[in-house]
Write a protein that binds this ligand. Sequence first.
Ligand code: BYC
Length: 330
Amino acid sequence: MYSQGLIGADGSTEETDRFLEAFQARIDAEEKIEPMDPMPEGYRRTLIRQIGQHAHSEVVGMLPEGNWITRAPSLKRKLALLAKVQDEGGHGLYLYSAAETLGITREQMTDELHSGKAKYSSIFNYPTLSWADMGAVGWLVDGAAIMNQIALCRCSYGPYARAMVRVCAEESFHQRQGYEIMLTLCRGTEAQKKMAQDSLNRLWWPSLMMFGPHDGDSAHSEQSMKWKIKRFSNDALREKFIAATVPQAEFLGLTVPDPDLKWDDGLNGGKGGYAHGDIDWDEFWRVVKGDGVMNRERIAMRKAAWDNGAWVREAALAHAAKRCDTLAAE
Ligand code: BYC
């Protein structure tokens, strides 16, 4: 079924060149690529990597917020947070299913997460220290995720693009519930506003890191944009996020923790934009490579959840096998 995926592996024959050209023509014509379509091996591998990492991010992303469900300040807040965390689990499932259409199994992807071979978003290796972090995660982390994912709704690979439509609708609700928590805190007591400011101080820079390295240091962007897996570069999306989020911080009466941040009319060919300080890239790569504050704990929690759920998977498979036997005997 996936033998087509090997076309182009040696990159040398005329037939291969013709195939690659025809494939690129389909991409340029905005045709969606579907699971049974022939595709270059590099396209397939890039998608497995990105969709797998995206799925892992959703599932690991349940942990920092799951941590606060029992400590939510009211029943309504608890219900909203519970629903949000469940949504993230659902996003992980759509995405694992989309990746499976490319010929990798859920078990293989899980092994890669547990062994550290597959990455997940750096943001989830930061701790959530206060209730205000539930506001800041929704506002900033889901806000950054939407900025990236709206573009992925137009990804050239059909199953990924379609999964993103529902994910984006749910992320919009998440962003709003986060912003509303921030608004409530900022209109509350001095201590509550201070808590909100502290969250923004800790989560602003890690949220900007979610968009990945600068374009010049992004190993995959050029090819991924040619294949229309990615529609915008990492820096372009980061700039859009900053432009959308700074006015929201101002409305809250909070200060973005960047002394170099200022509006500059001359940026973007005269359209204007925010000039800002640079990310601490040493910190980014340290976290991405597994040495953030929470990396070890997050992976240990995921492994424990996988191991503890083994009996459920075994029971479900045994039930399915028995049902097949029964149907075959009828
Ligand atoms: N963290 O060449 P580049 C959510 C890696 S969760 C870790 O630019 P690419 C939510 C990158 O993988 C939503 N690693 O890569 C859930 C690559 O490493 P490998 C998460 C990063 O793929 C719960 C290397 O650096 N969203 O919504 O072209 C609660 C070079 O980078 C990061 C997604 O996953 C990072 N931040 O572009 C709340 C979106 N950045 O594979 C919310 C889907 C880069 O060569 N993913 N790396 O070893 C993407 O759009 C792209 O993969 C990225 C990176 C923009 C992230």
